[in-house]
Design a protein around this ligand. Structure first.
Ligand code: GLA
Length: 352
């Protein structure tokens, strides 16, 4: 009989080797990264980052809104401080994200009179944005998420009906890649999206990627966000996901990994009475451990296609999932707890 993991009293509370971090265990496989804020790099979390990870992604600092809030105003301080930290400690750095429908400032899409800009004008603005940001960090950022989340989740829609699509048609996607490549021909350029485990969404992502490849657009990789949960993906679903993406011939990166302790929900909703228990129960822990174990088993299986794994946030002290899909519902999605200690799932990830 299988004993549920949470009943195994012999499992040590402190996981892993004290002197080795995730990056060391995976040295022969892929870099292990984490999404960070400039503030985290000045806090005690910096010690954890340097011990466990060898790659960084700015969580917000390089997004269109934070870095380019007004037409003639770039705000560099936050992004610069992350770049400086990565340089100082010799960490790899991914850039995120050059073109996205969320956190794109409203000024992009309207002229001084408040009227919608033309396609030509929007492409000019996009080019200016991408050229300025990518040139500034040329040589410091080895890979960029160039275009983020343009595939639709709706049943009968291919591309998301965003202001980018409404004004430019799908041309903005390839334009973004070309502008980025012109600004830094040495950077690896990724298309990045979520819910990649859905066969329908996956097929659309692959359709987009193949169409870009056929047009000779400089695209060098596919980013799978990997915002997963205790109930999905199944091992079989993840296996076929990785296999399908590998078949494109492009390198794959896992760009935003976390495993929520709540069953997956895709839409934001209000907190209800049934959401009261936010504790990290032994049952939640066991399910999360299993998902982490399966995920890393499969990442190792597809090692020849996967060129990086990045966690989205550092520890359970704070995650974007504390407010999504349910506002103010504490989640525990990462490998380190709120005291920055390794969780038992850590052991599952490094035991191979
Ligand atoms: C998406 C984006 C990320 C981040 C997460 C939520 O996955 O790509 O930049 O905003 O949503 O934190």
């Amino acid at each position: 009989m299988l004993i549920p993991l949470w009943q195994c009293s012999h499992v040590p509370r402190t996981s892993g080797h004290p002197d080795k971090g995730l990056k060391d265990h995976y040295r022969q496989y892929f870099p292990i990264g984490v999404a960070v804020s400039p503030r985290a790099l000045k806090s005690e979390e910096a010690t954890l980052i340097l011990k466990e990870f060898n790659s960084l992604t700015p969580e917000n600092a390089m997004k269109m809104g934070p870095i380019h809030p007004q037409r003639d105003k770039y705000f560099w301080d936050q992004a610069d401080s992350i770049v400086a930290f990565a340089k100082k400690y010799d960490l790899k750095l991914r850039g995120h994200a050059l073109c996205w429908h969320n956190q794109a400032p409203a000024w992009f899409f309207v002229d001084a009179a408040g009227q919608k800009v033309s396609k030509q004008e929007l492409l000019t603005r996009l080019k200016e944005h991408i050229t300025t940001v990518v040139s500034r960090y040329k040589g410091s950022i080895y890979a960029w998420d160039v275009v983020n989340e343009v595939i639709s989740d709706r049943p009968d829609e291919y591309l998301r009906n965003s202001p980018w699509l409404q004004i430019c048609g799908e041309e903005f996607i390839e334009a973004a890649f070309r502008y980025a490549h012109e600004a830094d021909p040495g950077a690896l350029l990724f298309y990045n999206d979520y819910n990649e485990i859905s066969p329908v969404k996956r097929a659309r992502i692959i359709r987009l990627v193949r169409s870009l490849q056929q047009k000779g657009v400089p695209i060098h990789g596919i980013g799978l966000q990997a915002h997963w949960a205790i109930n999905e993906p199944s091992a079989a679903q993840l296996d076929s996901t990785l296999s399908d993406f590998a078949a494109t011939g492009l390198p794959i990166q896992i760009t935003e990994l976390d495993i929520s302790v709540y069953p997956k929900e895709h839409e934001a909703r209000n907190r209800q009475a049934a959401d009261a228990d936010t504790s990290f129960t032994p049952e939640k822990e066991a399910l999360q451990r299993q998902k982490y174990r399966e995920a890393f088993q499969l990442f190792r299986k597809y090692r020849q296609y996967i060129t990086g794994i990045t966690f989205w946030n550092i520890s359970d002290r704070r995650s974007w999932l504390d407010d999504f899909p349910v506002f103010n519902r504490k989640d525990h999605p990462l490998l380190f707890d709120a005291s920055l200690q390794r969780k038992r799932a850590y052991e599952d990830v490094i035991s191979f």
